[in-house]
Structure formats: structure tokens, C-alpha cells
Write a protein of this length. Structure first.
Length: 549
């Protein structure tokens, strides 16, 4: 219970203490003033009584005394003043007023039956004074001055005192009763609010802890995603994912399985724990079992949370006896499940839906990274195959080109001349010490070379000169390749043109003999032949077979 609530419970008590203190201060001031005004006309008895009562009043006002002592003393002073007034003057003056004030103050200052006791004492005192006055034992001042007081007068004034006193006491008691009900309701409300405040603080603390945990997971996932995005090797990628997930998020074991094409067998490829690392490479057959989270994830492609608090439905892993909670996530990319991310914790109920959502984001990033690395590997392999095929075709093509053309040209002081034989070139160029030899490379294949020799005695070549010649050799190789492609394109165009011409001439007539004559004539022209024979029919085919050796 906090301080504010405690103060709210005791407001009524503090109000009564403040009320009586203010009343005593006001009464003390008024009493001193009245004594000063009426001291000259007061009786000897009043000159002794009232100063004594004022001194007592000042004492309980100034001194630190208990509340009940101060309240009872104040009631007693009022009672004494009332008795003195009635004994002196009867019910005619202010005696009844002091008795009524004593009754009212008793009802306000106490919660028990003090007000009833004060009423009874007042009535008894009133009756005693009346009896003494009627029997002659007490001679009132009012009687001496001509005011006759009989029994009817005493009964009348007593009735006048009791009726308002009873009404005031009843009203004050009802007020206290209702005030008590309100106070109890306020206390209950305060207690309820206090409980709600405590519950709200607990929920806020729990929610704050959840948010901090989620933020930590998101930051860790983002860091892991940035790290694995730069990894291009599949083995390094899998190892980085499991190690970072376990280290950053504090899980006892993180294992990564890859599935076969049929999605029936899972192969453990990476693990963060020592136990899991000893199991890397082993295959795990995924049997249809609704208790097996690997099977559920493979079939539903959704995360599965399990804990030993579920009892018999929790499937224990004998390789990890300390495991008490498990989060199994699918590694899906492009609507295809590639593998499974298996996370263990040694704490019960360590995973919730928010953990699964956060970790699923990491699993999706992991799956995309795996798919990208696989795609990069396949692309690199395809590029290597294409490069090898291109190199082979380049080598074969230029081998054919070299076999039917002049292989080289030599520039000498005598001028430019072709080299008809490499052997002749080697004989003429026996001294190779002063020569710079740069190969002509095309698609990684050597299709020729450039050989340079300086004038004079200087035989050394600088690195810049070598680089310049290498760049020139690259351009020469590209130019040769472009020339070859142009030549092949021209030859292909000529072939296509010849075929189109022959086809057009042959289709000019519908007679068989004319078609044969035109075909023989056009073939001779195209290939510049000595003899052309075009025949049809089974007899000609039989003769052809017999003529074959």
C-alpha cells in the first residue's frame, strides 16, 4: 500500500483533530475577551471559576495531548459553564445553550455512544437543579430579580433542550453512518485501484521485457542477415547461420538440415553445439509422425513450437537430453522448402509466437541466401562450361583457318613478306635473345604470336613496352576474329544466294526433264565443274550401285 493511499484512509481522523484544535483556539480567544469584558460585573464565584476554565482551555490547546483527553476536557469545560449558568440564572439565559453545545460537540467529536451519555448527564443535571430549585435548596438569581420558575417552566425548557438535541444527535449519527459507507466504498475503490495499478505495472514490465527481447532478436537477425549476405560459399554460409544464431540469441543448439529432392530425408549440414557437430553429415529419415516437428514443418511449411510441458506429445531427441523447448522452422524460398532450421533451448516454454515470427524472418533470409548461393554456383559452373566450349571451338576454328591460309608475315629491311613455313622462320630467326614474343590470345586460346626485334645492339625491353605490345596483341586478336566472322558471314551469304538462285531457276518450269537440265546447268555454274549428272528412277539407282567398287 503506497503513501497516498494510506493518507486517504485516515482523512476523517485528521479532520477531527484539526477541527477540535481550531475550535479550542477560537474558544480560548473568545473566553479571554468575555472575561475581560465582564470581569468587573462578575460574581466572586465567576471570578474564580472562569479564569480557571480559561487556563484549562489554553492548556489543552497549547500542550501536545492525546485527542481523547483534549476532547473530553473541552466537553467538561462546556458542561461546567452550562451548570454554572443554570444554577445562577435557571433555564432563562444561556445555560440551555451550553448544554446543547456540549451535546452537539460530543456527537461530532466521538464515534461511540458518548453523545448519548452526554445527553443523559445533561438531563440528569437539569432535573437535579430543577428539583433543588423547587425544594428551595438552590436560590436562583433570576428568582431574586422577579423571574419565577415553576415545574412547568423546567419541563418546558427541558423538552426544548431534548428535542433539538435528539434531532442533532440523530442527524450527526446518520451523517457519520453515510460517511462511513462512503469511506468504505472509497477504501474498496482505492484497494481495487491499487490492485489494478500493480497488475498494470506487472503487465507493463512484462510487455517491456517482451519488447526488449523482440528488439534484441530483430537486431540480432538483422546483423546475421547482413553477415550471411556477403557469404558466397554454401558451407561457410550454413556454418555462419548456425553459429551466429546461437551466439547472438543465446540458444543451446541450432541445427540446419537440407532436404533431398523427395523431401523425405534430411541431412544435417551445420550445427552450433558440439553434440550437433558430431552428427553433421548424418541423414535423418522423416517418417509420417504427427509428434515429429520435422515432419510437420515439411508438410505444412509452418513453424512448430514444442515444449516438455506438453507431456507425452513432446518428442524428445535422444542426442539432446537437456532439451526442454524446441522451435522448428521451414527454410522456404520461391515456394519450395529447401531445409529445416532446428533450434533448441534448455528452458521450458522458451519460445512463443513472437519468437517464431521473428525467427521465421531469419529462416526466410537464410533460405533465400542458400538459394542464391546455389544459383551462383550453378551459374559459375555453366559459365565455366561455356568458356571451355568457347575455347575448344576457338582452337578448332583457328586450326582450320591456319591450315588453309598463310600463317604469318615478316617485316624486314627488305620489306614485308609472308612466311610459308614455321621451320623456315625458325632457321632465319635462330638468335632469339633480342626478340620480344607476345602471344595472340583469343578466348584464352593462343592463335598466334607477335615477335619483335630491336634495331642496333640494345636487346632489352621495358615493362611498359611489353604491356603496350600485349594490348596491341589483344586488339590484333579481336580484329582477326572479326575478320574471320565477316568472312564466314560472306561465305554463308554466298551459299544462301546460290541456293536461292538454283531454287528459283528450278521452279521456273514444271517439266521433269527441264528441271533436270536446269539443275545440272546451275550446279556446274556454281561449283565450276567439269561434269554434272542429275538422274532419277530405280534403274539409274541400280546402275549406280553396280558401278560402286
Amino acid at each position: 500500500m503506497n503513501k497516498d493511499f494510506s493518507s486517504a484512509l485516515y482523512d476523517y481522523k485528521k479532520w477531527r483533530e484539526s477541527f477540535i484544535l481550531l475550535t479550542l483556539r477560537a474558544a480560548s480567544i473568545l473566553g479571554v475577551i468575555l472575561i475581560g469584558v465582564s470581569f468587573g460585573t462578575a460574581t466572586p464565584t465567576d471570578r474564580i471559576l472562569f479564569p480557571s476554565l480559561i487556563a484549562a482551555l489554553l492548556a489543552i490547546t497549547v500542550l501536545k495531548v492525546q485527542y481523547k483527553v483534549r476532547a473530553y476536557a473541552f466537553l467538561f469545560i462546556i458542561y461546567v459553564v452550562g451548570v454554572n449558568a443554570i444554577i445562577g440564572w435557571g433555564p432563562w439565559l444561556d445555560g440551555s445553550i451550553f448544554f446543547f453545545g456540549c451535546i452537539v460537540m460530543s456527537a461530532l467529536l466521538f464515534d461511540d455512544n458518548t453523545d448519548a451519555i452526554v445527553v443523559a448527564i445533561t438531563v440528569v443535571t437539569f432535573l437535579i437543579i430543577a428539583i433543588l430549585q423547587q425544594t428551595g435548596f438552590v436560590n436562583l438569581v433570576s428568582t431574586q430579580r422577579g423571574f419565577v420558575t415553576n415545574s412547568f417552566n423546567w419541563i418546558t425548557y427541558l423538552t426544548d433542550l431534548l428535542i433539538p438535541s435528539a434531532l442533532v444527535v440523530y442527524a450527526v449519527r446518520q451523517f457519520k453512518k453515510e460517511f462511513g459507507v462512503v469511506t468504505n466504498k472509497m477504501q474498496e475503490t482505492f484497494l481495487s485501484l491499487e490492485d489494478e495499478r500493480k497488475n498494470l505495472e506487472e503487465r507493463v514490465q512484462e510487455r517491456t521485457a517482451e519488447i526488449e527481447t523482440r528488439n534484441t532478436q530483430m537486431r540480432s537477425s538483422a546483423m546475421i542477415a547482413r553477415t550471411v549476405a556477403d557469404v558466397k560459399n554454401i558451407e561457410e554460409l550454413l556454418e555462419a547461420i548456425t553459429t551466429l544464431a546461437s551466439g547472438q540469441l543465446g540458444y543451446s543448439h541450432v541445427g540446419l538440415y537440407l532436404l533431398d529432392e523427395n523431401k523425405k530425408t534430411a541431412f544435417l549440414q551445420a550445427s552450433s553445439s558440439e553434440t550437433g557437430k558430431r552428427l553433421i553429415g548424418q541423414s535423418l529419415h522423416i517418417e509420417p509422425n504427427r509428434r515429429n516437428p520435422l515432419y510437420i514443418v515439411t508438410e505444412s511449411k509452418q513453424a512448430v513450437i514444442s515444449s516438455d510441458s506438453a507431456g507425452a506429445s513432446f518428442l524428445k531427441d535422444p542426442s539432446f537430453p537437456q532439451m526442454r523447448s524446441r522451435l522448428t522452422l521451414p527454410l522456404s524460398a520461391r515456394n519450395e522448402i529447401l531445409g529445416i532450421l532446428d533450434i533448441h533451448s534448455n528452458r521450458p516454454n522458451a519460445f512463443n509466437a513472437q519468437d517464431a515470427e521473428t525467427m521465421q524472418t531469419l529462416a526466410d533470409i537464410t533460405a533465400i541466401s542458400i538459394a542464391n548461393v546455389r544459383l551462383i554456383s550453378e551459374s559459375q559452373s555453366l559459365v565455366m562450361q561455356l568458356e571451355a566450349n568457347t575455347a575448344f571451338q576457338t582452337r578448332q576454328t583457328w586450326a582450320n583457318v591456319v591450315s588453309r591460309q598463310l600463317p604469318a608475315y615478316l617485316y624486314t629491311p627488305a620489306g614485308l613478306r609472308p612466311i610459308f613455313s614455321f621451320k623456315q622462320n625458325r632457321e632465319e630467326s635462330a638468335d632469339n635473345s633480342a626478340k620480344l614474343k607476345i602471344p595472340l590470345l583469343l578466348n584464352g586460346q593462343r592463335i598466334g604470336r607477335i615477335q619483335l626485334k630491336r634495331k642496333g645492339a640494345s636487346a632489352s625491353w621495358s615493362e611498359r613496352e611489353r604491356e603496350l605490345v600485349e594490348k596491341i596483341s589483344l586488339q590484333v586478336a579481336l580484329a582477326l576474329e572479326n575478320s574471320r566472322l565477316v568472312e564466314e558471314a560472306q561465305k554463308s551469304a554466298l551459299r544462301d544466294k546460290a541456293i536461292a538462285n538454283v531454287s528459283a531457276r528450278v521452279r521456273e518450269t514444271l517439266e521433269v526433264e527441264s528441271v533436270l537440265r536446269v539443275a545440272a546447268t546451275e550446279l556446274r555454274k556454281v561449283f565450276d565443274l567439269k561434269e554434272v549428272e542429275v538422274s532419277i528412277g530405280e534403274k539409274n539407282l541400280s546402275n549406280e550401285k553396280r558401278e560402286r567398287p
